[in-house]
Design a protein around this ligand. Structure first.
Ligand SMILES: *Cc1c(COP(=O)(O)O)cnc(C)c1O
Length: 375
């Protein structure tokens, strides 16, 4: 449709959400977090990460993550620079012994599998793949590491985390970048739960956080003692030593930790994981119920059990998703575009804890208005 018409279409003010950020990462940052950043401006920002004010901030983030996820005392919270993508490379050096199995059901899960495939020191990984919008079934394999993705952000499909019974000493390593803080999980089923903080934790990109079980720590230490070469910036044993001292190997973004610390405080003060899950579940119910009731929309993930409560993907029929997104953006509702490489006529809407469930409801009313106006 004519782009000028779309750009000039005004959504009535009473339909608009209180905040228009529905992106799947970077995602909505709450005003109170920005206030925290402003109050941190003189005593934390621009000060040394080797001194106690910043170390205490990192320590507070690590402690609050333990509390939020109910981690056993013998788990470690590893922190480093580079985000989840860097962690894939770090894992090829410092977590996988010889051979891993990967559950591939979208762009992110496939990228980790590819990183492992290209690593000359590892065996050919086993891939269990299923089409976008579905989730592969778990299969035992003779591997030392199982690689799972809690929430495939590119498709909006969620995986139930269960530890395969065999081999007994295999690690379960989970990419939780868009799931962490939004979807419940049990440390009994997992050895490494890693993520970047710009999605469910409403902070900034560029940092990785990896929650590690004692078995994972043992693996990191045993590979570090072996003769395998590892660049220092990817060395998880170096990340471990620094994290124990509430530091990072090289200089971190301090504002990332200020924003993350504030979001964790907010989540814990409101009731922790249970409250976060209730919020994302409420948002997802609005979105999927709405899509099921509309002739022009349907949830992309057909099996209900696999529909993500944090990244909702909605296929459109008879209406161009790009037109809908253009009008939304012209009305300051942003980042509802589908994952670019998926190539579907689709809206993708994040429902992280920071997003108000009533705003998801209002967004659906805005889409109804747009479809009424342009079809
Ligand atoms: C966003 C995302 C990543 C990549 O995170 P970066 O911080 O950009 O490295 C990896 N995995 C999943 C599931 C994601 O959603």
């Amino acid at each position: 449709m004519n782009s000028t018409i779309l750009a000039n279409l005004r959504i009535p003010a009473e339909l608009l959400p209180s905040d228009g950020r529905f992106g799947s990462g970077p995602s909505k940052i709450r005003t109170e977090q920005i206030d925290a950043l402003v109050s941190a401006s003189t005593h934390l920002l621009g000060t040394s990460h080797r001194q106690s004010p910043v170390k205490n901030l990192v320590g507070s983030v690590r402690d609050q993550l333990r509390e939020l996820f109910g981690l056993p005392d013998n788990w470690q919270v590893l922190i480093g620079n580079g985000g989840a993508s860097l962690f894939w490379d770090a894992a090829t050096f410092g977590l996988i012994n010889e051979r891993s199995q990967h559950y591939v059901f979208g762009e992110f899960s496939s990228k980790f599998a590819q990183a492992v495939r290209l690593a000359p020191h590892l065996g050919e990984p086993l891939i269990v793949e299923s089409p976008p919008g579905t989730v592969p079934a778990m299969k035992f394999a003779q591997v030392d590491t199982y690689c799972l993705t809690h929430n495939e952000t590119s498709t909006g499909a969620v995986m139930n985390l269960l530890r395969p019974a065999q081999p007994e000493d295999a690690l379960v390593v989970v990419d939780a970048t868009s799931a962490a803080g939004s979807i419940a999980w049990s440390p009994n089923e997992v050895d490494v739960y890693y993520f970047s903080p710009q999605k469910g934790f409403a902070s900034e990109g560029g940092t990785f956080i990896a929650l590690c079980s004692p078995r994972a720590i043992e693996r990191i230490e045993s590979i570090a003692k072996s003769k395998r070469w590892c660049p220092a910036s990817l060395d998880l044993s170096i990340a471990l030593e620094n994290s124990k001292a509430n530091q990072t190997y090289n200089t971190p973004s301090i504002s990332t930790f200020v924003l993350l610390n504030e979001q964790l405080k907010w989540m814990l003060n409101n009731g922790g994981m249970q409250w976060c899950v209730e919020r994302t579940t409420a948002s997802a119910k609005y979105l999927y119920d709405w899509a099921e009731q509309r002739k022009f929309a349907s949830p992309f993930v057909s099996e209900r059990q696999f529909r993500s409560p944090v990244v909702g993907t909605i296929d459109l029929v008879g209406i161009d998703a790009n037109d809908v997104n253009s009008v939304l953006r012209a009305n300051k509702i942003v980042d509802t575009d589908s994952y670019r490489k998926l190539g579907r006529n689709q809206l993708r809407i994040s429902m992280f804890p920071a997003v108000e469930p009533t705003d998801v409801q209002k967004l659906t009313a805005c889409i109804d208005f747009i479809v009424g106006a342009i079809s």
